[in-house]
Design a protein around this ligand. Sequence first.
Ligand code: NAD
Length: 319
Amino acid sequence: MKIVILDGYTLNPGDLSWEGLKALGDVTVYERTPSDKIIERAKDAEIVFTNKTPLTKQTFESLPSLKYVGVLATGYNVVDVIAAKDKGIVVTNIPTYGTSAVAQMTFALLLELCHHVGEHSSRVKQGAWSTCPDFCFWDYPLVELAGKTMGIIGFGRIGQAVAKIAQALGMNVAVYDAYEDKSLETDMLRYTTLENLLATADVISLHCPLFESTKGIINKASIAKMKDGVMIINTSRGPLIDENDLAMALKAGKVAGAAVDVLSAEPPTADNPLMHTENCIITPHIAWAPKESRQRLMDTAVDNLEKFLAKNPQNVVNK
Ligand code: NAD
């Protein structure tokens, strides 16, 4: 059975093994596949894996052997799942693998905004401490989180993991979600309205999915409702934020700092407004990528294919 992995590099740049999939068929791994090479490479394959390589209706028309598409990610918007279903092609995803890693990264970003560890270390190595008349110096306001309010928009797996860490740091947590499960409330954690969250949070962290209804949820109007000096973290999806509006609010000081792991276009164009904004930390979509998370993703991809081959498919997104 021919198995083609169209864009395996980000999942496994060399520190994981493809052996689990190789045990199930004749595997060819491509690091990346440009759109005009998809059909040539996936020709005759019964099984195709994609992470971000788009698979459209037209592509499926040209791949008559194809029976299964394994998406190597949670989001499967790169695949036309309806067209796949029409052709009898089963599409699966990896529903969860990186909850702890994304929650951890949320705090890596927030703590960087609070302490500027990287910046201070650079300044020390440039000699700023050696020439300092005092025993210490700091170049940025330092922020203590205990007693402050963390506003979490989207209280699913990652939002809940973030809330646990926030409470461990002594923060109160205000949560907004489209669905409420009051049993998750604690003395330090309460559901609230979006309006109230925006008005009361010292830190706002985004953990809702990207839908038409959540696109631009952080924009000029919502920022205007926030506390002066709020900090904003985005480890979910770039288009949740109107980047022009956030850049203006950062420049005006309304938002004290922002830290984002995701942008509206990835990789970003040089004219992305956040790239030119001082108090904005940007990381290149790495929250999901610790080796432990990627191994979990790989294990689930293998398990998904095994179950499909055993005629008992799991994690199917186009039933
Ligand atoms: P999840 O499905 O467990 O949780 C999403 C939550 O958002 C749910 O509780 C849902 O009810 C809520 N929600 C849906 N619509 C909403 C709305 N309009 N307003 C408020 N809340 C709403 O998902 P998760 O595993 O917690 O992942 C959250 C997001 O994190 C994903 O959608 C993905 O975009 C992102 N993510 C990013 C990375 C990364 O590497 N940066 C990795 C994994 C996931």
